[in-house]
Every structure is written in C-alpha cells, then in structure tokens.
Design a protein around this ligand. Structure first.
Ligand code: TXA
Ligand code: MG
Length: 365
C-alpha cells in the first residue's frame, strides 16, 4: 500500500493543510477512512492510527498493521457528546463531571458499551468501551470530516514506543497504512490517562498527564486509586547486577537494547556506579547508552548520551521520552542506563512508561 503523506499546519488563524495548500486534506483522509483504510493523525498525546469504529474490517486492518494482539481493546475517539451517546450507555454523574472537566483532553473513560453497535474487535469482546475526545485541532477536524467515531490505538508497531512525530509513524508503519497527517510533534508526549469509575471509587488503569490529584480535585471526597502504579516494578540487587551478554535475545517492550533504570540518593554516587557499569558493558562488546533528564550528567560515559527534557519540569521529560528511546534504536545501542525522575504529577506516568520500557529492571544504589 502506498502511504500518502499530508502536512497540516496549525496556526492561530486555523488549520492549513494539503500538499499544495489547496486540496482539502480532511476530505481526502475521510474518504480513505470511509473506504476502510487506516489513517494516522496527531492527537495532543501521541499519534493515533484511526479506523471507522463501526467498520469491523477497517478495525481488523488496524490490528494487523500494528501487529497488535486481538485481546487488547482500542480507544474510540469522538468529536463530541453526540458521538459518545452513539456507542456508550448514559455516563454516571461522576463520569459526566470528569468529561466536563477534562474533555477535550488526555482522559480516557472506560464506559459500559451500548449493546450491538460496535464490532466486537474494537472492545476485544468486553462489555465496556474506552472513549476520549482528543484536544488537537487536526484530530477534531478529521473526526468532523469523517462523521463517525474513530477507533485509534497509538500509531506504532506493537511493542515499540508510541509515536510523537509523523516520522516515528513512518518508521514503524510506512506502506501498511493509507495516509499520515503530519501535524508536528505532539504536545504531551505520553498516552492518555485511562480510568474506570465504579460506585465507590475511580480507578486509574493507566497513568497519564491527567493526574490522580487533578481527578481528586474534580471529584472532591471521592477516592482515586492508582491500579497500575509504579509499585509494580521488581527491584534488583545492585551488588549482584551483571549486564547481559551481547547477542542474547530478550523480549522487550522497548527499546531494542536492554534498558536498566538506576536511582541513587546522590548524583555523584549515581554517576560513579553507572560509569563503572557502562565501562564494563563496553568492554564486553556492548554499544552503550545513557538516558538522563538533566544536562549535568557526563558525556563520554556512554557511546550515546540522550538528554530527554529536564526533571525539574517533568512535562518536558514526558514530551521527549519516546523520541529518546527511539534514538537508541536508531543508534543501535545494546545496553542503556536511565536515571529516574520524580514520580509526582505527570512524573508518575513517565516513571510507569520508563519502567515498562525497561521490562521493570530497576535498582536503587
Ligand atoms: O493517548 C492515547 O490514549 C492514545 C491516542 C492515540 O489517543 N491512544 C492509545 O491507545 O494510547 P492504545 O491502544 O495504544 O492504548 C489503549 C489502552 C490500552 O492499555 C487498552 O488496554 C486500554 O486502553 N483499553 C481499551 N479499552 C479498554 C476497556 N474496555 N477496558 C479497559 N482498558 C481498555
Ligand atoms: Mg499503544
């Protein structure tokens, strides 16, 4: 399949799109989607790979393009409350309150699905559907042009970091999707917060840039429980840690090389331990990487050093993290050490993604 590539510029005056600025990109993209072909588009979090949520075949193409397991359901993106009402049962008072507070925006709600309207592959056969209204002018314009909700997972190959630029989408999916709308780098950089409300509590199923504190503020007196929080990680013993042998195969979430997350109370101590480990790995034939969230860490310690944002402003780390992980792949790095960032606010979501990328290899020295 030939992948069309459309640049869409977002300015204060509105949206300008088209190869020559003249053709209507959204009409073209909507035509492709109505014809059952997957189209990638930017949202404020990461790029999504969209299909008409009512079209089983089109949704199946999205699963195939990503290599995504069929038991992992998709998020359905809606233009407005009318589209939501087509696919979900009437939201509860709390759910309505959260939508009013955070939509359009990076909050996904898992709601009881309206029976008989969505093909079962969208929800992986569950009786719930995950829904959000994205806060990106390109995503909203596309939804308007299509006139149907879009089932859209992140537009990466399954197992890779989510794409925060159109180039990342191209790296993973060129030739297996119909078009990419390039709206520039995404603002937030990590995927939406996914929540589910029951009669007593709000459960965070996936942390994101809408934080537990913000949810609590929107629903005073209601308990917010972080189901998937960073406590899931397995801590390794610093004294016993041995870097992997080159060429050994590991099952990775991301990136290709082995990633280890290391924390220390004092920076000097951290750098000393990390430098020694990287040196050791280098002498065993590894191409080494260092992922830091501040400029102060030494160059020369690793073959490839990536500074992803600044930990004192953790939203900058969120924005830079996935591109940093992809950089190590492009540079064919086989062993990477990353530092941690404060797990407060959006930092909780950043640490969740970092530890996942590391296969939960974490140690404190
Ligand atoms: O920011 C985002 O959420 C991006 C952009 C494109 O909107 N989308 C995204 O989609 O990250 P995806 O497919 O990569 O992640 C969807 C997450 C998965 O963790 C999935 O298991 C969960 O939402 N999910 C979907 N439907 C669900 C359901 N009915 N119940 C529980 N979890 C669900
Ligand atoms: Mg994803």
């Amino acid at each position: 399949m030939r992948t069309e590539y459309y640049t869409v510029q977002v300015t204060d005056g509105g949206i300008v799109g088209g190869v020559d600025g003249a053709s209507d990109v959204f009409a073209e993209a909507a035509k492709l989607i109505r014809g059952g072909a997957p189209v990638a588009f930017p949202t404020e979090t990461v790029y999504g790979l969209g299909a008409n949520a009512f079209d089983e075949q089109a949704v199946a193409r999205v699963f195939a393009a990503k290599g995504r397991p069929a038991d992992n359901p998709l998020i359905v993106h809606v233009a407005d409350r009318q589209q939501l009402d087509l696919i979900a049962l009437t939201p509860s008072e709390w759910e309505q309150c959260l939508m009013a507070a955070f939509w359009p925006g990076p909050l996904t709600l898992v709601l009881p699905v309206k029976p008989g309207v969505l093909p079962s592959n969208v929800t992986a056969g569950l009786d719930t559907v995950a829904v959000r209204q994205p806060a990106h002018p390109v995503a909203l314009a596309l939804l308007q042009a299509c006139g149907v909700p879009l089932a859209a997972p992140s537009a990466n190959r399954s197992g890779k970091p989510s794409p925060t630029t159109a180039l990342h989408v191209k790296e993973d999916l060129d030739g297996v999707l119909a078009a990419i709308l390039d709206g520039g780098p995404t603002e937030v950089g990590i995927e939406s917060t996914v929540i589910r409300c029951n009669a007593e509590e709000v459960h965070i199923l996936r942390p994101g840039s809408v934080t537990a504190e913000q949810l609590e503020q929107a629903l005073p007196g209601i308990r917010v429980v972080a189901v998937a929080d960073i406590q899931n990680h397995r801590e390794l013993d610093a004294a016993d840690y041995v870097p992997p042998s080159p060429g050994m195969k590991y099952a990775h979430y991301a990136p290709e090389g082995e990633l280890l997350v290391v924390e220390a109370e004092h920076h000097d101590e951290w750098l000393k331990w990390v430098s020694a480990r990287l040196q050791e790995a280098k002498s065993q034939g590894h191409r080494t990487g260092l992922l830091t969230f501040s400029k102060k860490d030494g160059g020369g310690v690793a073959d490839v050093v990536v500074v992803a944002g600044d930990a004192t402003q953790v939203d900058t780390v969120a924005r830079a993290l996935y591109d940093a992980l992809r950089t190590f792949d492009r540079e064919q790095v086989t062993f990477i050490i990353a530092e941690t960032c404060p797990a407060t606010g959006v930092g909780a979501a950043v640490m969740n993604r970092l530890l996942k990328a590391a296969g939960h290899r974490f140690l404190r020295i």
